[in-house]
Write a protein that binds this ligand. Structure first.
Ligand SMILES: [Zn+2]
Length: 545
């Protein structure tokens, strides 16, 4: 195997050599000069869409919808894509809020995906550098998933214009990550065949940096499952001996897992919550459930954890004379593997685009947030992260989550473009991660992301070697010994019930705050928020209708 340095040099030679750009398309011969001209034009065209990017970010931020309930979000995005000539399918893979939007014809087929869903209780006024929610207790975009579709749509529309004018063959397929926070959507999209004719998938995800990685990512495979127990109720004081507590089974199973934890590899992550613990203390709970996330480095190791937990559930039922009603898979994710040739191609575009030009207001805002969180007030980054080897990325990882883009990454060559719409030092899954997400900081970061994506789309469309190399890597390196096999059984169905009650409670309270782009230049303007509002400034905000 070649060294990394050799591969980079080889790639650089290939990129600079006109022969590498020879097309197999029947259309007019693209040459390096043509590609260079179209790329320069694409950058200008993305800049011209900065207003559209701002509107999409602000609109989705104001919807603040949770997984499987991305109703307004999907309605808005599909209408926008239909207006721009995309053929939209709704309710894809049995998920009412899932869709695909397709435009173009022939090969290559390039998929562009990004998540839609928010985080419970993270509702937060944008641009305010301390905890200040708009609707107390409501969900919000405490992860920044309001931004990725703007990146994809802006890049797709720019490239579509160029494809139409230049008669470039190819198909663009936009798709949403549904309920990513519960790892509940993408394995179903894969199972439904959404990616069956896709050549390359580009996923976009919010970050505080601009980068792409390749190879095995520091992410963990995951199974999310709910274990249900059935007992029988009785008056908890009047006739407790007649009750069989399903909650007892839940508690014993949780305790058993805590003992097990000592004997698990350090690389595992597992956590649980009790979803159903009974109704009130004087009624012995006749039903109860405990919801686990099991995470490990690969699919096989996660399956072992899941099987162990099922045995514990059976044991807990035996001990309490209750019934274990089975484990329902609610979500699943393979560990992520990113395609090296596509990442190397994209990295060249990242270097060209660079980080946004932050102004002193953005920096002041970022530093105020970092101080509020007790983090180093380094402000915003000036230079994109270099292309790390998988070993370097692992060494740099501070923690390991999961993302069901893993399932897509084992189905077709895939990379994740991280773009700088957030502030370094936020904890993740927190109100603080929503603060920036409808401010100029996030808008600029999404413009940078859209530029990298547009340039990369042109590379894929006009340089067939990119697709060929991507599949060569996929077949001969990535999947040589590991073959994707979904965690889902044929009978598993998407958990469309997720978050339904929370959204039924909060959507009516959030609706008066939806962004009205026809009346206000920005969501900040609509809310009467000065950017930035810091503890030092504490500027009063206008009352909102
Ligand atoms: Zn995310």
């Amino acid at each position: 195997m070649k060294s990394f340095a050799t591969r980079v040099v080889t790639l650089a030679l290939l990129l600079s050599a006109p022969i590498a750009l020879r097309p197999i398309n029947a259309q007019a011969a693209p040459d390096s000069a043509r590609l260079a001209r179209l790329k320069a034009e694409a950058l200008t065209k993305v800049d011209a869409r900065a207003k559209q990017i701002q509107e999409i970010l602000d609109q989705l931020f104001s919807f603040g919808e949770l997984g499987m309930q991305e109703v307004e979000t999907s309605k808005y995005l599909t209408a926008l894509l239909e207006k721009n000539g995309f053929a939209v399918s709704r309710g894809v893979a049995g998920m009412p809020t899932a869709w695909t939007a397709r435009w173009g014809n022939g090969k290559p087929v390039i998929a562009l995906g990004s998540d839609l869903d928010g985080i419970p209780k993270s509702n937060q006024k944008p641009g305010v550098a301390y905890r200040d929610s708009l609707v107390g207790g409501a969900p919000g975009h405490g992860e920044g998933h309001n931004s990725g579709q703007a990146v994809n749509i802006a890049a797709a529309l720019v490239v579509k214009e160029l494809m139409e004018r230049e008669k470039i063959t190819g198909t663009l397929l936009l798709w949403p990550g549904i309920a990513e926070e519960q790892l509940a959507g993408k394995a179903f999209l894969v199972r439904a065949g959404v990616f069956k004719d896709v050549d390359i998938n580009i996923f976009s995800h919010v970050d505080s940096d601009l980068y792409v990685n390749y190879g095995p990512a520091p992410s963990l495979a995951l199974i999310s499952a709910e274990f249900r127990f059935k007992g029988s109720s009785a008056h908890a004081a009047g006739a407790p001996w007649r009750g069989k507590s399903a909650l007892d089974a839940v508690m014993l199973m949780g305790t058993a897992w805590e003992y097990k934890r000592e004997h698990l590899p350090l690389t595992q992550r597992s956590h649980y919550i009790i979803k159903d613990g009974g109704d009130q203390p004087n009624v012995v709970p006749s039903s109860a459930s405990i919801w686990f996330y099991f995470r490990e480095r690969d699919a096989d190791k996660v399956k072992v954890m899941f099987e162990t937990a099922k045995k514990m559930a059976e044991g807990a039922a035996l001990m309490t004379e209750t019934t274990f009603e089975g484990a329902r898979i609610i979500g699943s994710a393979w560990n992520i593997h990113q395609n090296r040739p596509v990442a190397q191609m994209m990295y060249e575009n990242i270097k060209r685009v660079g980080m946004p030009k932050w102004d002193s207001t953005d920096q002041k805002f970022a530093r105020a947030v970092q101080q509020e969180l007790g983090q180093p007030d380094s402000g915003l980054k000036a230079v994109p992260q270099k292309l790390l080897t998988p070993q370097e990325a692992l060494a740099q990882a501070t923690g390991m989550g999961s993302d069901d883009i893993g399932d897509v990454s084992w189905t077709v060559p895939s990379v994740t473009l991280q773009y700088p719409s957030n502030i370094p030092g936020t904890p993740g899954h927190n109100w603080a991660d929503g603060i920036a997400m409808a401010t100029p900081l996030a808008h600029k970061g999404a413009v940078a992301g859209a530029k990298v994506e547009a340039l990369s789309l042109l590379d894929i469309l006009l340089t067939p070697k990119v697709v060929a190399d991507a599949w060569d890597y996929f077949h001969n390196e990535q999947t040589k010994t590991t073959k994707y096999q979904s965690f889902l059984s044929d009978t598993d169905q998407p958990p469309t019930f997720l978050n339904a009650e929370i959204m039924a409670t909060y959507r009516p309270l959030m609706r008066p705050f939806y962004y009205d782009a026809t009346k206000y230049k920005s969501y900040l303007e609509q809310l009467g928020i000065t950017y930035p509002t810091t503890r030092a400034s504490k500027l009063p905000t206008k009352p909102v209708p």
